[in-house]
Design a protein around this ligand. Structure first.
Ligand code: GLN
Length: 318
């Protein structure tokens, strides 16, 4: 067993025994049914090794992790023009907060709060039917994960639509400021379906590889995005990926990461690893309780914090 497999196995065994597992999101009925006694972790390293443990092959709802991939597509379509419609500052507020939108004239703080992701969905709709926009995102994920089985969990999508009153409020509010080009229902339809994409840790860690490799998809050897763009997406994940707990996540873990209320977190160690963890119980900020703890443990055990001096990051260290 390599050091890294041992570290991953130990973390999974400890997380399986953990008592305080947080609370499963229950405001989306499709998520409330998930068994909290699950934990999975998958790491794909820059040299192509995969290390998995626990429930790494169990599908879960990726929820807000989809915002990273939707943002990547939107930047490909409109480039830096996106930043006229959405900011890139941490919000310091909950993922579904509406308060800043009034002060800031319907321009969401960043693409990872719900309001920002709804604007991104609107950008991705341009010239498409909602079905095509979602199809484009699914195809992108299948390509990145090299796995054609990635699909949407329709039950979750329907239950998001049936209960998404806050998201509808955010979308209507932004529409009133002229920051949505399409009908509110269309932008929300795309948003609800992208949140309902189901993946497992193994697939998600593979999908994140281009962000660890300066934009290159190792499957094809081609750039999915430029190196500069990959670095900027990582910067946004570090500063905004955990909403009003982004500072705490950077402090405790030290990797760019994006969480979702399904209990998943995708984290990137540039040049070294793409990681997915999943445990459905959430902390009070809506981020996976055990997922965060597991990543903090991994950072401690490997010394992978992005804040570690580069000279100390020997290629042989785990
Ligand atoms: N679909 C969820 C929502 O809109 C996504 C939130 C999240 O994962 N933080 O509320």
């Amino acid at each position: 067993m390599t050091d890294l497999s041992r570290i991953v196995a130990t973390i999974a065994a400890d997380m399986a025994r953990a008592e305080d597992r947080g609370r499963v999101a229950d405001y989306i009925p499709g998520l409330a049914r998930v068994d909290p006694n699950q934990f999975g972790i998958a790491i794909v390293t820059a040299d192509g090794e995969t290390h998995c443990a626990g429930d790494a092959d169990t599908l879960f709802s990726i929820q807000s992790i989809s915002k990273v991939f939707a943002l990547t597509i939107a930047l490909g379509k409109v480039g830096d023009g996106l930043w006229r419609r959405v900011g890139r500052e941490p919000s310091g507020t909950a993922f579904n907060s509406i308060v800043q939108l009034e002060h800031e004239s319907g321009v969401p703080r960043n693409p990872f709060v719900n309001a920002g992701a709804i604007v991104v969905a609107d950008v991705n709709l341009a010239g498409h039917q909602p079905r095509e926009t979602i199809g484009e995102l699914l195809q992108f994920l299948r390509h990145l994960a090299e796995d054609d089985s990635v699909v949407i969990d329709d039950k979750v999508a329907q239950s998001e639509r049936a209960t998404g009153f806050r998201n509808a409020a955010l979308a209507n509010y932004m529409k009133s400021f002229g920051n949505l080009e399409h009908a509110v229902e269309l932008a929300l339809g795309v948003y609800f379906h992208q949140c309902a994409i189901a993946m497992n840790c193994r697939q998600l860690a593979k999908a994140g590889r281009f962000l660890m490799l300066d934009g290159v998809h190792p499957g094809s050897g081609r750039h999915v995005v430029s190196a500069a763009r990959a670095r900027r997406i990582n910067a946004l994940m570090l500063t905004c990926g955990h909403y009003d707990a982004s500072g705490d996540f950077a402090y405790r873990v030290g990797f760019p990461g994006k969480s979702g209320v399904g209990g998943g977190i995708m984290a990137i160690v540039p040049g070294r690893a793409s990681i997915a963890v999943w445990s459905p119980g959430l902390n009070t900020r809506g981020n996976s309780q055990l997922g965060t703890i597991a990543l903090a443990r991994l950072a401690d055990a490997t010394g992978w914090s992005i804040f570690r001096p580069a000279a100390d990051r020997s290629p042989d260290a785990p």
